[in-house]
Design a binder for this molecule. Structure first.
Ligand SMILES: *[C@@H]1O[C@H](CO)[C@@H](O)[C@H](O)[C@H]1NC(C)=O
Ligand SMILES: *[C@@H]1O[C@H](CO)[C@@H](O)[C@H](O)[C@H]1NC(C)=O
Ligand SMILES: *[C@@H]1O[C@H](CO)[C@@H](O)[C@H](O)[C@H]1NC(C)=O
Ligand SMILES: *[C@@H]1O[C@H](CO)[C@@H](O)[C@H](O)[C@H]1NC(C)=O
Ligand SMILES: [Cu+2]
Length: 173
């Protein structure tokens, strides 16, 4: 009985440690437009800006654009090109659906479909990518002074400590 109980405790502790690890290391994959996919949203030109506002993006995350090849494409563009739906010289363009784009850099990223008038009708996506290893920037426009090193450690460090402690407890049980 006692051994079974201890094994269960160990399992719980290890599962918790695993969960913490996953939360802090896993990159997310986001399906652009969810079930709608990457389409010409002619009836609602704001659909992709609404979708973007409901998610947060970090480096390492993947955008999955689901679309039928030749009906749509995914051009990665500058802000100016995005604002004007100017498809003259995109940074890059993917034409075989579905397209996965890994977000490797922080900051603003702009995409649209260059086919027909799809962009003007709202098949365009702007997102803001934050670093996956640091806390998101303060919502305040004024930068607060950096906290002294002795105050609350960064989330990732705290998580690592939790994992180490969990493993130690698991080993002792
Ligand atoms: C579209 O972009 C190209 C290259 O960036 C530029 O030369 C051209 O003037 C732009 N077209 C319009 C209509 O702004
Ligand atoms: C695209 O990303 C999704 C989600 O991570 C994955 O299931 C799929 O295999 C990827 N496709 C390609 C071609 O990499
Ligand atoms: C992100 O990095 C991966 C691996 O180096 C690369 O294959 C991919 O093309 C990059 N994505 C973009 C959008 O540049
Ligand atoms: C993206 O995030 C940066 C840093 O928080 C901010 O300055 C910028 O205005 C954001 N851009 C958009 C389009 O929200
Ligand atoms: Cu399109």
């Amino acid at each position: 009985m006692a051994t079974a109980k201890l094994s269960f405790t160990k399992l719980v502790v290890l599962a918790l440690a695993a969960a913490v690890l996953v939360e802090f290391s896993a990159a997310a994959a986001y399906i652009v437009g969810d079930t709608m996919g990457w389409v010409n949203p002619s009836s609602d030109a704001t659909v992709y800006s609404k979708w973007a506002s409901q998610h947060t993006f970090a480096t390492g995350d993947i955008l999955v654009f689901n679309y039928a090849t030749q009906q749509h494409n995914v051009a990665t563009v500058t802000k100016n090109a995005y604002d004007a739906c100017n498809s003259t010289s995109p940074i890059s363009i993917a034409t075989n659906g579905p397209t996965n784009i890994t977000l490797n850099t922080t900051g603003e990223h702009y995409f649209f479909c260059t086919i027909g008038t799809h962009c003007a009708q709202g098949q365009k996506l702007a997102i803001n990518v934050t670093s996956s290893t640091t806390a998101p920037p303060s919502p305040s426009s004024v930068s607060p002074p950096p906290p002294p090193p002795s105050s609350a450690p960064p989330k990732a460090v705290a998580a690592f400590a939790v994992v180490l402690m969990s493993i130690a407890i698991g080993v002792m049980c």
